[in-house]
Design a protein around this ligand. Structure first.
Ligand code: ZN
Length: 326
């Protein structure tokens, strides 16, 4: 998983101390007024930014001949992964090659700050890493157990993740799922202009950011596949990520909605805001910012919160909010 550094997440604590909604972070319990909760908008991304989902992932031939979760196969991989070293020049040359190949082979990624991406782009990218850096040995071994790729729009702070499923029990054949956050990718290099670092390396565009996240999650896949354990804040992970991909950090600095809210709209958690809903001018307080802002509006029919007040929750796109100066 790739998180933001701690200094970033500390922004979460910018609650409105002393203000009614600041204390009203959580509902006081399951209230009978839950039916009063309304949502203002459908979760819909701008039309220019799409992730194309395709039915299936092409699987490499030969995967069938590799026994799933075979101790000797995994041990050979472990020895290789533990020992291999590349020069920084070689690493950067291959990363550049994958960048160029993605631009020339993808049907959707036609420029570095692409506005569309498909699952096959992620599959091809990881495949290219495997071929160059691991002699094509990782993916067939992972596929012998089960491997899928995808994008998620619901990951609003985590840039990517590798999920390991154990459908047949902890010591049996596993299922790996490698997922990148399309939300974070697309809202970075969009309207907030600042240098962005992923894995300790400055990214100049969306494609470079996607590569760094993919490399990070691929490293997680390698660790889980071989050792069935791992953590990116530990030594073994960091050694692999450094030796193979020249990563100097395990976190990202991508633009979150919380940052966009602050930079573009001057809105933060705790602020009083105004917005239109069904022709009415509503007044409320921002309680949370994920993809949209959660705004609590006082309403006697609403849910009771820990400050004793009753509120109705609205999920409002940031651009629909107007800050009310106190
Ligand atoms: Zn991680």
């Amino acid at each position: 998983m790739m998180n933001q550094p701690a200094k970033k997440s500390s922004q979460q604590s910018h609650r409105s101390a002393g203000k009614p909604v600041g204390n009203a972070g959580k509902p006081a319990g399951k209230s009978s007024a839950a039916a009063g909760v309304r949502n203002t908008a459908k979760p819909k991304s701008p039309p220019s930014q799409t992730v194309r989902e395709r039915a299936s992932t092409p699987f490499a031939v030969g995967a069938a001949s590799i026994p799933p979760r075979d101790a000797s196969v995994l041990q050979r991989l472990a020895d290789e992964v533990a020992a291999r070293r590349f020069t920084t020049n070689q690493i950067h040359a291959w990363q550049r090659e994958i960048y160029e190949q993605t631009l020339s082979l993808s049907r959707l990624i036609s420029r570095p700050n692409f506005t569309k991406v498909g699952r096959d782009d992620l599959v091809r990218m990881i495949q290219m890493y495997d071929e160059r850096f691991f002699a094509g040995k990782i993916l067939p071994t992972a596929r012998a157990e089960g491997l899928s790729f995808g994008f998620s729009s619901r990951m609003t702070r985590v840039a990517g993740k590798l999920v390991t499923h154990y459908p047949h029990g902890i010591n049996r054949q596993r299922n790996f799922e490698l997922i990148l956050s399309s939300t974070l990718l697309f809202q970075t290099f969009e309207d907030v202009d600042r240098p962005v670092e992923v894995t300790g390396r400055v990214c100049r565009n969306r494609l470079e950011a996607m590569q760094r996240i993919a490399e990070h999650e691929f490293t997680h896949l390698i660790e889980m596949l071989i050792w069935n354990s791992g953590n990116c804040n530990e030594k073994r992970f960091q050694s692999i990520a450094r030796r193979y991909f020249d990563h100097r950090d395990y976190r990202h600095d991508l633009i979150t909605q919380r940052e966009r809210a602050l930079i573009k709209f001057d809105v933060r958690v705790g602020d009083q805001v105004r917005f239109y809903h069904d022709g009415h001018n509503m007044l409320g307080r921002v309680n949370r910012i994920t993809r949209r802002a959660t705004v609590l509006v006082e309403n006697q029919k609403g849910e009771r919160f820990s400050d004793g007040g009753r509120y109705v929750r609205y999920y409002v796109p940031l651009e629909k909010l107007t800050k009310v100066q106190p």
